[in-house]
Each structure stands twice: as C-alpha cells, then as structure tokens.
Design a protein. Structure first.
Length: 478
C-alpha cells in the first residue's frame, strides 16, 4: 500500500473515531440535560399536586372522621382534569398500595416496564422522601413520580406519569443527524486529506524517481527540492549522497580506464624491446656476422635489456611507495640543493640555476631526492641543449615550495592531468630517445602522497613547464 494511502486511511479512521465518540457524548449530554429537566419539572408538579390534594381534602365537609374513597376519587378526577393540557396522568393509592383512583392510560403494573433494576417506586417513598423512575411502556417513555400525602388521618400515595417520549425521540434524531453529518464530513475530509497526503508525499515520489534514474545509470540526475522542512532536508541529503556516489563512480571509471591504459601501455613497452631482443638474438645464433654487426646487435640487446630493467625497477619503486611508511624528519633545504648541484655539476649541455631560501622541511631525505631528481631529469628531457633549467625553493604561508622550471616544448593543457599516469608520454618519440617509459612522474606523485602533498603543473606549449610541490616547513636555521 502506498504511503499516501496509509496517511489517508489513518486520518479517516482517526476522524471517524473522534467524531463518533465526540458525537455520542455530545448528543447523550444534551439528552441527559433534557431528561433531567423533565424529571425536575415532574417532581415540581408532584409537589404542587400534593399541596393541591391536601388543600382539597381540607375543604371537604367534615361529615366523616376519615377521608372516604369516593372523595379521593373525586379529588383525583378534578386534579387530572385540571392538568389535561399537560398530558400528565394521575394515580392515588391507599397505604397498602391499593389503587383508589387511576387516570386512563396509567400503567397498572407497579413492578414491570421499568428501564432499571430498582425496587418498586412506592417501596422507597415515605413522608420525607419523594421518588421517581423512568419507565417504558408500549414503546413510549414516561417519568413516574411518587410521593406520600397525609389528609384527614389517612396516608395516601400520589403518583404521576409524564410522557417524555419526545426527549428520547430527540436523542434518536440527534444521533441520526450527527451520523449523517459525520458521514458527510468524512467524505469531504477524505477528499481533502487525499490531496494533502499526495502533497505531503510528493518529495518521496520525487526521491523514488531519482533513485530509479540512478539505478538505470543516470548518476547525474538530481531530485527537485520543493520544501524547506525535514523532507526538503532529506532531498538535499539524497542529492549530496548522489553527488558523492557520482564522484566515486567517476573515480572508479577513471581507475578502471587507467588500469586498462596501464596494461596496454605496459604491453606496448614490453613488445618493442622484446621483439628487438628476440630478433637480434636470433640473428646472433643463426648466422655468423662480422665484428661490427655483431657488436651492434649485442649492443642493441644490452640497451633494450637495460631499459627493461630500469622500467621494472621503476614499477617496483611505485608499488613499494604505495605501501611504504616514510620516516619523516627535518631536513636542511640547503643540503638538498647542494646534493642536486653535485649531481648535475658535470652536465654542461644545460644551464642549471639553483636558488633557495634557508629553511628546514619535514620529509624523508631519500624519497625527496628521488622526486627532485626525476623532475630535474624530465626538465632536461623537455629542453633543447643549452636550455635553462631552474630549481628553486621558497618559503610561503602554506609551507616550503619546491619548483623545477624549464623552457622546453611545454605540455598542452588537456594533457596535464594525464601526464602523471604510468606509461603516459606526451611526446613518445622524444621520451623513447631519452630511454623514458613514462614512470617518473607517476613515482613522484606516489612519493608526494606519502608526504601529504601533491604535484602542481603549470605549462604552456612552446613556453616551457613548471613542476612544483609544497612541504611542511620547520624552523629557519640560524
């Protein structure tokens, strides 16, 4: 069942229960008030009739010592005629509850037709107590009252019956009207609640649609935000989650593509030297060559074998770097630059310029030297003979910035992101001529990750390149 239908049905059930219980107590309270009013009026009339009977008995000529039954009947008939307009019935009984006078229609049986389990009415009546009960007879309801009358040394019981059927009929009509009104209100409120529940659950439907779109592969789809409440917050959180999922999937796709490119490039890098090695080796073993050709073949085998060895060692370095825990310590920047100057002192075909600000940096010395050597070698490979290669170090607010800058061929902007991938080479012919395999920058990236840093590339075709990275700095040496 849809969530909107659950809201609708729960609302209808709640409203029906509330209207039903509230209507019952409301109508019943009105009924009780009306019935109590009728009972109070009947009791007041009973008191008036008692007084009227006693007064009439005193006005009878004192011919007898006791009030005669005939006189009682006459007084009862006169009292009943005087109250015909009210529909009240009258009955007079002797002390032994023998009926002396009863109006037409008065219920004769004292024990039956009551709606309670109380004892007979006159059994609880005495000189100080009046009583009443509600009885049902022939489908009609009456308020029956009882009181004791003392007249001329006789004790009599005066009973009255007042028809209150209209009060019960009003209660039945009240229930019927309230029931019809409740049904009408439920129908109207159900229609209203249907639109309300649809409006409240609209964000859920939107999120469901977004989830289906993402399941189908449309990871760029985002749910529309239509409210600022908790559902709106849920939508925003869902969109944020979708963005994270999309980013992770993009990274996974890039990683898969990079692995495929790596395998293809690695296979290609192996194929060329292995083909040459196998070919020249077959020539050496299958035919006799002169000394010069023999030397060329052997030299080519040695050169390609050395390149394969260097490539395998560099791959091993990358794998080790990803699992290596560096021993970070403070190093003098001047010692690093002195090491670089000693390495490239005899390389006269390029103009090296080293400049640095004294500072201590936090790094592992051997790994940092590997990064600087790789970047400097790449700058040399990208430059023409006589080109300028600048290696600098400077303090910044974020840390200590190392930079290696050349004035060589430069790198197209779209290639800058790919150049750090293993085996990726912008100019393959130039790289191969320098025995490169496209692994140096990949190794630098892995080493810098160990130092919580990253390689920054700024390059323009024909204007050279600048490779730089930041390291945490320490104190300035004195």
């Amino acid at each position: 069942m849809k969530f909107s239908y659950k809201i609708l049905f729960c609302s209808i059930i709640t409203m029906a229960a509330a209207f039903g219980i509230g209507g019952y107590f409301f109508v019943n309270d009105v009924f009780r008030a009306s019935l109590n009013r009728e009972i109070s009026q009947a009791m007041d009339e009973s008191s008036i009739l008692q007084f009227a009977f006693e007064t009439a008995a005193l006005n009878i000529p004192s011919k007898y010592d006791k009030l005669q039954n005939s006189a009682i009947e006459e007084i009862g008939a006169n009292l009943e005629r005087s109250s015909q307009s009210t529909g009240r019935l009258l009955r007079l009984s002797a002390e032994d509850q023998t009926v002396l006078y009863a109006g037409d229609g008065f219920v004769q049986d004292r024990e039956e037709h009551t709606d309670t389990e109380d004892p007979a009415l006159l059994s609880v009546v005495n000189g100080r107590t009046r009583a009443y009960q509600v009885i049902r007879y022939n489908g009609r309801y009456y308020v029956q009252t009882g009181t004791q009358v003392n007249a001329l040394d006789r004790v009599l019981y005066l009973e009255t019956m007042q028809d209150v059927t209209e009060v019960y009929e009003e209660r039945a009509r009240g229930f019927a009207v309230y029931r019809n009104m409740t049904l009408l209100l439920l129908v109207c409120s159900s229609i209203f609640m249907y639109f309300i529940s649809s409006w409240l659950t609209k964000p859920i439907r939107i999120l469901t649609q977004a989830a289906k779109k993402m399941t189908a592969g449309d990871y760029g789809y985002r749910a529309e935000e239509i409210s600022l409440d908790e559902m709106g917050q849920l939508t925003r959180d869902f969109n944020h989650m979708a963005s994270v999922v999309e980013e992770n999937i993009r990274k996974l796709e890039d990683e898969v593509r990079a692995r495929e490119d790596f395998i293809a490039a690695f296979s290609h890098e192996l194929k060329t030297p292995l083909t040459a090695v196998i070919g020249y080796a077959d020539v050496l073993r299958s035919r006799k060559l002169d000394e010069e050709k023999h030397f060329l073949a052997a030299n080519y085998i040695y050169t390609e074998g050395s390149r394969l060895e260097a490539m395998s060692l560099r791959l091993l370095d990358i794998i080790v770097a990803r699992r290596y825990e560096p021993e970070i310590q403070e190093l003098e920047a001047g010692d690093l630059f002195a090491y670089l100057e000693s390495i490239y002192a005899e390389k006269k075909e390029f103009q090296f310029r080293f400049a640095f600000e004294p500072c201590r940096v936090r790094a592992e010395a051997d790994l940092l030297k590997t990064v600087l050597l790789n970047l400097t070698d790449n700058a040399c490979k990208a430059s023409e003979p006589g080109g300028v290669v600048e290696v600098t170090g400077a303090r910044t607010e974020e840390g200590y910035l190392f930079s290696v800058k050349d004035q060589g061929v430069g790198i197209p902007k779209e290639e800058c992101r790919k150049i750090t991938e293993a085996f990726y080479m912008v100019d393959k012919s130039r790289s191969r001529s320098h025995n490169g395999a496209g692994l140096g920058l990949a190794l630098c990236v892995e080493i810098l990750k160990l130092h919580q840093s990253e390689l920054m590339i700024d390059s323009m075709p024909g204007q050279g390149s600048c490779f730089s990275f930041l390291l945490a700095d320490g104190e300035v040496p004195t």
